[in-house]
Ligand binder design. Structure first.
Ligand code: GLU
Length: 440
């Protein structure tokens, strides 16, 4: 069977980690199976859908490297949904209802008060032609519901395993709104069916939609796709996540999180495999399997993402980052990568090495560093130069440990933290080091 999957975001906001996990899992499965990844823009809600969010979806997927093979917009398929509703009406599976949202709410509350589930009472189904005409004469407009049959809905979920629903425990879903617009429940099935979707992979919050949609695929004569419902992500909305600007992908990008850190984290979270930092997506494609996904919600913590991002950063080759740090060379990258938390810091260190620094040393420290300047080894310098220099300084000073190296670090970088001095020394070079030690 050829695999065709879809990622179907609504362009009513920017993508967040939850959406991206769904996109990524669809993408990984498609790529692993040599299948097709369709991007479907769920923009039937014309009022809430915005072009800037569709643009954002494109940009974020591209940034993450999740390329799509084709794209459809639901707003261009209204005619297909209308034809589908006609088909359902002809089969007697679509019926008009006239309750207002307020009336439905009252009904639900009354059921709840009696300890009963909030299932629609099918009042619309019992209306005669005259009663409908009378309601319409009062100015009421019909919305349309799909008549579920009593047949149990059963599917073998690729993550949840055997899943069963009894339609008698569900409300007939609304498929067409009062304004004639199709509801997602219908549009999604028509698209999946007509576009030949083989696997529907989405969050567990859609399980109850699946229960009614299975009957809908069948009523419309489509073969029912396979389903995989992922346990949801639990996000800790801690301080850090606020500091990073929330869980939107673009906020993470702005905070210096790299695409492969996000992909590495989201591909493995909630699975039996350990989360590891991958610089390349191929191993994630190769190791992808539905059976590795657990049923328990996965904990998403932005602090862990940040740590993973650092791990990834520390092992990236110059080629992986060269385009983002065009000012730097390979030697510079290899010297600083182990001590940075985000790629943006490379520029900071570049400027520290090549620009002006102020050490902020006290008088005693000044005397010490200018003495140390006399003992600098001859060039050429390499990773061993710093140790040779310190070995030359030690016999002439009572300073040890931090008291010895901190004034040197401050004089050379103007900072108390940063890349190892033994790496920085060759980058700075003899002339600059001498100047900085002398406080010139
Ligand atoms: N637009 C729907 C959503 O974002 C798509 C759900 C689906 O995958 O069927 O929740």
């Amino acid at each position: 069977m050829s695999v065709k999957v879809r990622f179907a975001p609504s362009p009513t906001g920017f993508l967040h980690v939850g959406n991206i996990r769904t996109a990524l899992v669809n993408w990984l499965f498609a790529r692993k199976m040599g299948g097709h990844f369709l991007l479907r823009i769920d923009d039937t809600d014309v009022e809430r859908s915005e072009q800037r969010f569709t643009d954002g979806i494109h940009e974020d997927l591209q940034w993450l490297g999740l390329n799509w093979d084709s794209e459809v917009h639901q707003s261009q398929r209204f005619e297909r949904y209308r034809i589908a509703t006609e088909m359902l009406a002809e089969q007697g599976r679509l019926y008009a209802c006239y309750e207002t949202p307020e009336e439905l709410d009252v009904q639900r509350k009354m059921l709840a008060a009696r300890g009963l589930p909030p299932i629609y009472n099918r009042a619309g189904l019992k209306l005669s032609v005259e009663q409908k005409a009378a309601l319409e004469a009062q100015g009421r407009k019909a919305h349309y519901r799909f008549l579920l049959t009593e047949d149990a809905v059963v599917w073998d979920d690729l993550i949840r395993g055997h899943t069963q629903f009894r339609p008698t425990h569900m409300s007939d879903p609304v498929l067409v709104r009062e304004d004639g617009g199709p509801v997602y429940t219908l549009a999604s099935v028509v698209d999946d069916g007509e576009l030949g979707i083989s696997h529907v992979i989405r969050g567990e919050d859609h399980v109850s939609n699946t229960a009614v949609q299975v009957q809908l695929y069948q009523a419309l004569g489509f073969s029912v796709p396979q389903f995989a419902h992922m346990a949801l992500l639990k996000t800790k909305d801690g301080e850090m996540s606020k500091r990073l600007g929330g869980n939107d992908i673009r906020a993470l990008c702005d905070a210096g999180i790299m695409p492969m850190a996000i992909n590495s984290m989201l591909a493995r979270m909630g699975t039996s495999e350990a989360v590891e930092a991958f610089a390349d997506i191929v191993p994630l494609v190769e190791s992808f399997e539905f059976r590795k996904f657990g049923r328990a919600p996965a904990n998403y913590d932005v602090l862990e993402l940040q740590k993973l991002n650092e791990k990834l950063l520390h092992k990236l080759a110059f080629d992986d980052v060269a385009a983002q740090i065009p000012f730097a060379d390979e030697g510079f990258w290899l010297s600083v990568r182990a001590n940075i938390k985000a790629l943006a810091e490379v520029k900071l260190w570049w400027d520290i090495v090549h620009g002006e620094v102020s050490g902020g040393l006290d008088a005693e420290e000044r005397v010490f560093v200018s003495g140390a300047a006399q003992l600098l080894p001859q060039e050429p310098w390499d990773d061993a130069t710093y140790d040779a220099w310190i070995a030359a300084i030690k016999p002439g000073t009572a300073r040890t440990g931090k008291a010895l190296f901190m004034p040197l670090r401050k004089a050379l970088t103007g900072q108390e933290h940063g890349p190892e001095l033994k790496k920085l020394l060759p980058l700075l070079g003899h002339e600059r080091v001498l100047q900085r030690l002398k406080g010139e």
